[in-house]
Design a protein around this ligand. Structure first.
Ligand SMILES: [Zn+2]
Length: 53
């Protein structure tokens, strides 16, 4: 096992190429995440604490 990052600069990937491929894959998935929660519709519902009288 490598002792430090100088021995294995691309850790945890075996090579710079593998790191680039994995990063591209990660970014691709990140951009595909649905943004349906950008506006929280549930927050417009009345909250029980608003009626504490
Ligand atoms: Zn690899």
């Amino acid at each position: 096992m490598p002792g430090n990052s100088l021995d294995w600069p691309d850790y945890p990937f075996c090579s710079k190429r593998c790191r680039t491929i994995d990063l591209g894959r990660w970014l691709d998935e990140a951009y595909r995440v649905p943004r349906s929660n950008d506006h929280d519709e549930a927050d417009s519902a009345p909250h029980p604490e608003d009626y504490d009288e």
